[in-house]
Ligand binder design. Structure first.
Ligand code: 13P
Ligand code: SF4
Length: 331
């Protein structure tokens, strides 16, 4: 049956899009969002723009206006391949910067420049130089959740989806892995390569504890618990599986657990759940305030005004690009 606007009884605009987000958006709110959605779809066409959206974006962005959705690795890969004139990143600043590093000649937009990341803020290029001086010759593996300046001081980047593969591909006994100490420790638990970590943490994932996992298991019998590797190691050990946001999706798709808890950012479960109505999603989630700065209204404004644009200092861009490209060549 066609959904209708409460009060007026008028058919809802974009019913096929509304069907995807109906669990999360009341019919009364939809016409307002639909106006922005219609404008964004038209602006994307006019600007020849590609809209990349991270898995943590709100469902009304993820399921309606995004051209490509995925984890940090997938978005970087897509950014490296696109022939669009404009790339809009519905995600956080380091993701937009990575897109710019891979496409210096293209216009890259981020709807809110304040969409940062506690990991990216935990380390500077000067910190990396000091680490290299302290551990001469030890390669620096840098999580993509960093500034372009930090990437430029690094040997190779990684994401949570390929961190172990990147560390092992270097063929050395010891690496420096920055800035997420939990990702570093979680990778160290899976490899013989010695890892020197930095003291950064994700402000969203560090809040999960083993007690949370025990509570989930107590309340929800037979639940499968999947934790993001930015979680503390004792949380990852308490989980049944750990992986990047894309690996979480792949796990649900292949294993079809009857009940699953995605121990990560809130919107993740909302976005995945729509494809698996038979799976019950338990939501032990924390919000990423940076991801939530992106809205349909500011995406529309960014495409209308072609601002804010992301720029990367040309002096560091080639070195930053080399670190990202090396990662994409490994995996
Ligand atoms: P992935 O999507 O690469 O797993 O990263 C999670 C994250 O926190 C991005 O900021
Ligand atoms: Fe950064 Fe954590 Fe937010 Fe991801 S979830 S953008 S790592 S603060």
């Amino acid at each position: 049956m066609l959904a209708r606007t409460a009060g007026t009884g008028a058919p809802l605009p974009y019913p096929e899009l509304y069907a995807k987000v109906a669990r999360h958006i009341p019919p009364l709110e939809w016409p307002i969002l639909a106006e922005d959605i219609g404008a964004i779809l038209e602006l994307k066409r006019q600007r020849n723009a590609l809209l990349l959206a991270h898995n943590y974006q709100a469902p009304e962005i993820f399921h309606t206006v995004a051209d490509i959705v995925g984890d940090s690795l997938a978005l970087a890969r897509e950014a490296a391949q696109t022939d669009a004139d404009v790339i809009l990143v519905a995600g956080v600043h380091f993701m937009a910067e990575t897109a710019k590093v891979l496409n210096p000649e293209k216009m890259v937009l981020i709807p809110d420049e304040r969409a940062g990341c506690s990991l990216a803020e935990s380390i500077t290029a000067a910190d990396v130089r000091a680490l290299k001086a302290r551990y001469p010759g030890v390669p620096v593996v840098t999580y993509v959740n960093t500034s372009a300046a930090v990437k430029a001081e690094s040997d190779v980047c990684c994401t949570s989806g390929n961190a172990k593969a990147v560390v092992e591909a270097l063929g050395v006994p010891r690496v420096i892995m920055i800035p997420d100490q939990y990702l570093a420790r979680n990778v160290a638990a899976q490899t013989h390569v010695e890892i020197i970590a930095w003291d950064g943490r994700c402000e969203v994932h560090e809040r999960f504890s083993p007690a949370d996992i025990a509570d989930i298991r107590d309340i929800h019998a037979d639940v499968t618990v999947i934790a993001h590797p930015e979680c503390p190691p004792d949380v990852v050990v308490a989980a049944d599986f750990s992986g990047s946001t894309a690996e979480m999706v792949r796990y649900v798709a292949s294993e079809r657990p009857a009940r699953v808890a995605l121990v990560t950012e809130c919107s993740m479960a909302d976005n995945v759940a729509i494809h698996y109505p038979e799976v019950e999603f338990v939501k032990p989630c924390n919000l990423c305030p940076h991801m939530k700065r992106i809205t349909l209204a500011n995406i529309r404004a960014a495409l209308e005004h072609l601002a804010p644009q992301v720029e990367v200092d040309p002096a560091i861009l080639p070195a930053a690009r080399a670190s990202v490209t090396r990662m994409l060549e490994i995996r």
